[in-house]
Design a protein around this ligand. Structure first.
Ligand code: ADP
Length: 247
């Protein structure tokens, strides 16, 4: 099975004549962990913003599960199951870890306050939140105030709130950025774990992380695709080495 869950065709974004993303043809295979890499300014963030419709492409098309989504709005994109994991600012620091996941679940289902206030639903919500915390190994931190969580655990919470949205395709923006060795390795394993039954597209700078978990890598440079393939193929590519040397 080599079905592409996400495809872009000649995706292009210009900012007042400056081409930030240029004719990018991405093919993200269902079930893969796909890494988007490239030097600073390569167009990775702009690509993510185009895929989630934070930005409108200047030209080109985006397809999800075979259906064109180029002109859909951000909320429609999220409803289709394309969910971007945001930095931890999206959660409430004074609430507990469990409360934050519960709120994430309530938001995700979009059901009314009164519905969720019923006893049966509160129990269900609590169970679902605990289940998500278990998935990201945060059970022991359930009653901690979020503000007190160590940094790496905050990123795990961010992944849990993303999972609450039932993503088919998760977009992770530098999930290991700013972490120490131990957290990097924990979050790397976590990404591998939550990728089961899902597809992940991630921007990541840490080549060690990429070598461990990425099935496919797309290298962007100056807005265009420079190389594609698995870690061995990409890491040996002379064009890629040169792009990273900044020449
Ligand atoms: P990366 O995430 O790979 O570092 P970006 O997508 O952030 O790269 O940026 C790609 C290029 O587009 C950069 O040269 C950046 O300065 C430019 N750019 C990004 N957003 C804007 C914007 N809103 N207006 C003008 N230029 C932008």
């Amino acid at each position: 099975m080599s079905e592409n869950i996400l495809e872009t065709r000649n995706l292009t974004k210009e900012f007042r004549g400056f081409v930030a993303v240029s004719d990018v043809n991405l093919q993200v295979q269902r079930g893969n962990i796909h890494a988007l890499i490239g030097p600073n300014g390569a167009g990775k963030t702009t690509c993510f913003n185009l895929l989630t419709k934070f930005l409108t492409p200047t030209s080109g098309k985006i397809f999800f599960a075979g259906k064109e989504i180029t002109h859909q709005k951000p909320a429609q994109i999220a409803r289709l199951g394309i969910i971007r994991s945001f930095q931890i600012s999206a959660v409430f620091p004074q609430l507990t870890v469990l409360e934050n996941v519960r709120i994430g679940l309530q938001r995700a289902t979009g059901t009314s306050y009164h519905f969720w206030r019923s006893d049966r639903c509160l129990t269900h919500l609590e169970d679902a939140a605990r289940e998500l915390l278990a998935q990201v190994d945060l059970t022991d931190f359930a009653n901690e105030q979020t503000v007190n969580l160590p940094y790496g655990r905050k990123r795990a919470l961010e992944i849990a709130t993303t999972l609450a949205m039932e993503p088919e395709l998760m977009l992770l923006d530098e999930p290991t950025q700013g972490m120490g060795h131990e957290d990097v390795s924990r979050v790397t394993q976590l990404i591998k774990k939550v990728s089961v039954g899902r597809t992940i597209l991630m921007v990541e700078h840490n080549m060690n992380v990429i070598s461990q978990i990425a099935d496919k890598i797309t290298v962007l440079a100056r807005g265009a695709v420079l190389a594609e393939g698995n870690y061995q193929e990409v890491s040996r590519n002379p064009d890629v080495m040169q792009a990273y040397m900044g020449t």
